[in-house]
Design a protein around this ligand. Structure first.
Ligand SMILES: Nc1ncnc2c1ncn2[C@@H]1O[C@H](COP(=O)(O)OP(=O)(O)OP(=O)(O)O)[C@@H](O)[C@H]1O
Ligand SMILES: [Mg+2]
Length: 363
């Protein structure tokens, strides 16, 4: 990447003998909404704290805005952090809390006041600025924490699961606001979450982490459509995995056999295979068609029996038992119209999918 705002090169972090981060190297672009996604304990907060300068890496180099951050303390970095527990002062008003972000900034009183008002407006707290922080809702408190970080106009805003304390509806509202706020101010956001849907909705790019390592960095679409390993495939969305053995390749398509459901075909994803390789053919649930029609011969086709149906209003989720497969196949269907498929367990169905909707993953 030319001129990234953040460059991590071989960053590692050890706490005693415990390795929390190993060999992390990637760039974050200017103005990007970049997310760190991974299960609890995978090292997200540790990485964010290293970016902020609250924690020092055991190894590796960190550059922010073209400058090495070695020996640069937190308060001299062009970053600001919004913590998981939003840590605002309950006895101060909204305005005082937000203005507090500027106390070390050597601004004139008038300028500090003007910037504070601007930040209040940005997070839509106008009218509440004289309220004491303990009289605010969770979402409003979250806005105060955001404004207090934004008021300093950092080049990079580091957000550690800022929405995790909010209920679903408020969370979705705040997600939209956060995204439009980020577009308005043009600041680079590094956003930590363990919620894959949140990461997919908000991010330009996502780094999926596990056990202190980065597994894949890609756009939301790239991660979902072209996961590079089983772990990423399972972490971002649901994936059906059909164990199979490669019998050959046909252009960009792998042909596999050795399954109880006959021949399977799927995209190679730039991953060369040779005959005899043990693989999974991986298919997302929404890419599988479910029909009452009788079983057709041909690749990527299986006969099964509905094990369960969950009706979710706009869509239905099916689990379908297929002879010879250990796990039932998950199928999502949009409820566009009632297409005459009985929504009852025990119904015999045919599953089928396009070869471009299946992909090869190493087994
Ligand atoms: N100061 C410390 N001393 C020892 N171990 C630590 C320290 N800080 C973090 N760890 C360990 O490092 C690992 C990564 O912690 P981290 O807080 O980065 O995880 P996380 O991905 O943010 O998890 P969560 O989603 O639960 O917040 C964990 O196993 C944690 O116990
Ligand atoms: Mg954390």
């Amino acid at each position: 990447m030319d001129d990234p705002i953040i460059r991590l090169q071989g960053i590692a972090k050890q706490f005693g003998t415990f390795v929390a981060l190993r060999d992390i190297s990637f760039d974050i672009g200017r103005g990007e909404f970049f997310s760190l996604l991974g299960a609890s304990g995978c090292g997200k907060t540790t990485l964010l704290r290293i970016l902020a300068g609250i924690e020092q890496p055991s190894k590796g180099d960190l550059t922010i805005d073209g400058k090495s951050m070695a020996g640069v303390p937190a308060n001299r970095r062009p970053t600001n952090m919004v913590f998981q527990s939003y840590a605002i002062f309950p006895h101060l008003t909204v305005r005082e809390n937000i203005g507090y972000g500027l106390v070390y900034q050597n601004l004139s009183k008038a300028e500090a006041a003007a910037r504070t008002e601007e930040a209040i407006e940005l997070v839509k707290l106008t009218g509440l600025s004289d309220r004491s922080a303990h009289q605010l809702s969770g979402g409003q408190r979250q806005r105060v924490a955001l404004a207090r970080a934004l008021v300093c106009r950092p080049k990079v805003l580091l957000l550690d699961e800022p929405l995790s304390a909010l209920d679903k509806k408020l969370r979705e509202e705040m997600q939209q606001e956060l995204r439009s706020l980020q577009r308005t101010v043009g600041i680079t956001f590094v956003f930590v979450t363990h919620d894959q849907e949140e990461a997919l909705t908000l991010s330009d790019r996502i780094a999926v982490m596990s056990g202190g390592k980065v597994l894949q960095i890609d756009t939301p679409q790239g991660l979902y459509e072209r996961p590079n390993c089983l772990e990423v495939a399972g972490f971002v969305g649901t994936m059906n995995l059909f164990p199979a053995t490669v019998s050959g390749a046909d252009g960009s398509c792998a042909v596999a056999n050795g399954t109880s459901i006959g021949e399977l075909r799927g995209r190679l994803n730039d991953r060369p295979v040779t005959a005899g390789d043990a693989i999974y053919m991986a298919v997302r649930p929404e890419k599988i068609a479910i029909d009452a029609a009788p079983h057709k011969a041909g690749p990527n086709c299986a006969a099964g029996r509905i094990a369960s149906v969950s009706y979710l209003g706009d869509r239905s989720h099916y689990l379908v038992d297929v002879a010879g497969l250990e796990e039932p196949v998950a199928v999502y269907r949009t409820n566009l119209a009632r297409q005459g498929l009985p929504e009852t367990a025990g119904t015999e169905v045919t599953l089928s999918w396009d070869e471009t909707s299946a992909m090869v993953l190493p087994r």
